[in-house]
Design a protein around this ligand. Structure first.
Ligand code: ATP
Length: 509
C-alpha cells in the first residue's frame, strides 16, 4: 500500500511535468481541489469524451445528445431535492481543526476492522500451509469472530443512521468505536452537522433584487427539464436515452486524491427513459453495457467490480457503482441508478406542466421511469493515467490505449539536414488531416523516443537517408519498442487500424 502511494505521487508529478494536469492558478499557490488540464491532458480528456459520446450516440439509434446550461432555474433544485437533501454529514476535530465526513470516518474504521481479519487469515494460512481451510478458520477463530461481530453490529447501526439521517447516532458511533482523528490522534469531536454541497451565486446585480442561483451539482437535471423538448422535437419513442457531457460543481468537505474528488469536475451522464415496470431489465442491461465500455480500454478486467449501494437515495429503487482499482484502493468511477419516475414527477409537480409519454403500444399515458448511467470524466482520466503509468529499466512510459493518446504519431527526421526534415514535414502534412501528429527534430533520436514514451505516443516514424531513396521509414511501436521498415504510403492505413476510436467502439458492439 505504501508502495502504491509512492507510485501515486509519481503519477501526479508526471502528470504535471508532461503537461497533463496542473494545479489551478498555481502561480497563486493553487486552489484546493481544482485543477487545470494542460496541452496533453486536454487532448486525452477530449479523446475520452469522444469515446463516451460516440459509444452512446452512434452505437445506439435511440440515444441523442444535448448540451444544457450550467445555470438553471433555482426551482429545479428544489424539485430535485438538492436544496433540502444534497448534504454530507461533517464533523470537526477540535485539536487538529480538521474537518471530516462522518460517514467516511466510519467507513474507514470499518475497512480497518476488515483488514484486521484479513491479517489474521493470512497469518493462519502461513502457519497451517496446505491444509488451511479458510472458511472453517473464519467460522471458529475467536478473535476473527469477535471482530466480525463488531463489524456486523457497526454496519447495522451505520446503515440505520444513514437511512434516518440521524446525526446524533453518527456521532455516537464515532464515540463508541473510539475513532480518533488521523492527524491529532484525539477523540475531541464536535457534533455532526449537515453541510449542503451546492455552490450558490447571484443572478443580476445586488441592487436589482438579485435572485439566488446554484452551480449545478449534477448534469442530470438539465436532461430531465428538457425531456419533453427532446422527445417531441426528436420524435423519440420509449425506450430512448438523452446523453450529456458537462461540468458539475460540489463543495466537497474533504477533497483529496488529486483529480479523484474535485470541487469542479465533469460528468458524462445518460438518462434512459423506459416504460414503468421495465426498469430492472434496463438497469441490468446498462450495468453490463457500461462495464463493457470500461473494460474495452484494456486496463485489466480484474481491476473492476460492481458495488451495490447499502443505502439507496430517496429516488432510487436500485443502484450500483462500477469501482476501479486505483493506487489508493478500489473506488467509484461510475454510478448506475434506477431513479424511478421521481425526477420527472417532481418537475411535473413544481412546474405545473404535464411531463408524460403517450405510449402507442399500450395506449397509455405515463411518467417514464429512468435508468441513469453517470461516469466521472476526471475519474476516468485518472484511471487511464494511473493504469498506463509504467516505470521500466531505462524509461517511464505511459501505455495509454492508443486511440486515447494525445499524440498518435511523432514524425522524426534522423538528422536536421540532407533533406530529411523536408521529407518528414511532407509525411506530416499528409497525415495531419487524419491523426494528431507531432514533428520533432531537436535532440538525439533516443531522447525524442523517450519524450514520446512519457506522453504515451503509440507510434514514432523516423526518416533516415535511405527513406529518400526507398520511400520507407522506420516505424517504432511504444510498448514493444519494436522497429519495422514500412512504406510511407502504407502509414495512413496502418495507423488508422490501430489508433482510431473504431477499434475501441467495436469492443462495445
Ligand atoms: P462519491 O460517493 O465518490 O462522492 P457520488 O456517489 O456522490 O460519488 P454521483 O453523484 O453518483 O457520485 O456522481 C456520478 C459520478 O460523478 C461519480 O461516479 C464520479 O465519477 C463523478 N464525481 C462525483 N463527484 C465527484 C467529484 N467531487 N470529483 C470528481 N468526480 C466526481
Amino acid at each position: 500500500m505504501a508502495q502504491d502511494q509512492d507510485i501515486f505521487k509519481k503519477i501526479i508529478s508526471h502528470a504535471k511535468e508532461y503537461g497533463f494536469v496542473f494545479p489551478s492558478s498555481e502561480i497563486y499557490d493553487g486552489l484546493s481541489a481544482v485543477y487545470d488540464y494542460g496541452q496533453n491532458g486536454a487532448e486525452l480528456k477530449n479523446n475520452i469524451k469522444q469515446y463516451w459520446w460516440q459509444a452512446m450516440t452512434m452505437l445506439h439509434e435511440n440515444i441523442v445528445g444535448i448540451d444544457a446550461a450550467i445555470f438553471m432555474h433555482p426551482t429545479t433544485w428544489k424539485a430535485s431535492g438538492h436544496v433540502d437533501a444534497f448534504n454530507d454529514p461533517l464533523i470537526d476535530n477540535r485539536d487538529s481543526k480538521k474537518r471530516y465526513r462522518a460517514d467516511v470516518l466510519i467507513e474507514e474504521h470499518r475497512a480497518k476492522l476488515e483488514d484486521k481479519i484479513a491479517k489474521e487469515v493470512e497469518k493462519a494460512r502461513k502457519r497451517f500451509g496446505e491444509q488451511f481451510d479458510e472458511q472453517k478458520f473464519r467460522e471458529t477463530n475467536a478473535r476473527v469472530l469477535e471482530t466480525q461481530q463488531q463489524i456486523d453490529r457497526l454496519t447495522q447501526r451505520f446503515v440505520e443512521a444513514l437511512n434516518q439521517s440521524d446525526l446524533v447516532e453518527l456521532k455516537r458511533i464515532i464515540e463508541d468505536e473510539g475513532i480518533v482523528c488521523p492527524i491529532s490522534g484525539t477523540r475531541d469531536w464536535t457534533d455532526v452537522r449537515q453541510f449542503n454541497l451546492m455552490f450558490e451565486t447571484q443572478l443580476g446585480s445586488l441592487a436589482e433584487d438579485a435572485s439566488k442561483l446554484y452551480l449545478r451539482p449534477e448534469t442530470a437535471q438539465g436532461i430531465f427539464v428538457n425531456y419533453l423538448n427532446v422527445q417531441k422535437t426528436g420524435r423519440m419513442k420509449i425506450p430512448f436515452g438523452i446523453a450529456q457531457i458537462g461540468k458539475a460543481f460540489r463543495n466537497e468537505i474533504v477533497a483529496r486524491q488529486f483529480i479523484f474528488r474535485m470541487r469542479e469536475f465533469e460528468q458524462m451522464e445518460m438518462q434512459f427513459f423506459v416504460r414503468p415496470g421495465q426498469e430492472m431489465e434496463w438497469f441490468e442491461f446498462w450495468k453490463q453495457a457500461r462495464m463493457k465500455w470500461h473494460r474495452a480500454l484494456g486496463l485489466g478486467d480484474s481491476k473492476y467490480r460492481f458495488h451495490d449501494h447499502e443505502k439507496l437515495a430517496h429516488y432510487a429503487n436500485a443502484a450500483t457503482d462500477i469501482e476501479f482499482q486505483f493506487p489508493f484502493g478500489s473506488k467509484e468511477v461510475e454510478g448506475i441508478h434506477s431513479r424511478t419516475d421521481f425526477d420527472l414527477s417532481q418537475h411535473e409537480k413544481f412546474s405545473g406542466k404535464k411531463i408524460r409519454y403517450f405510449d402507442p403500444e399500450t395506449n397509455e399515458s405515463y411518467v417514464p421511469y429512468v435508468v441513469e448511467t453517470s461516469v466521472g470524466l476526471d475519474r476516468t482520466f485518472l484511471k487511464v493515467l494511473a493504469a498506463s503509468y509504467a516505470e521500466e529499466a531505462d524509461r517511464v512510459v505511459l501505455r495509454l490505449p492508443a486511440p486515447l493518446a494525445p499524440v498518435k504519431l511523432a514524425v522524426l527526421p534522423l538528422v536536421k539536414k540532407d533533406g530529411l526534415p523536408e521529407l518528414a514535414r511532407k509525411i506530416l502534412d499528409t497525415l495531419k488531416f487524419d491523426f494528431a501528429c507531432q514533428y520533432e527534430e531537436k535532440d538525439s533520436i533516443g531522447k525524442r523516443y523517450r519524450r514520446h514514451d512519457a506522453i504515451g505516443t503509440p507510434y514514432c516514424v523516423t526518416v533516415d537517408h535511405d527513406s529518400l531513396n526507398d520511400g520507407q521509414v522506420t516505424l517504432r511501436e511504444r510498448d514493444s519498442m519494436e522497429q519495422t521498415r514500412v512504406p510511407i504510403d502504407s502509414l495512413r492505413s496502418l495507423l488508422a487500424e490501430k489508433v482510431s476510436l473504431r477499434s475501441l467502439l467495436e469492443k462495445n458492439g
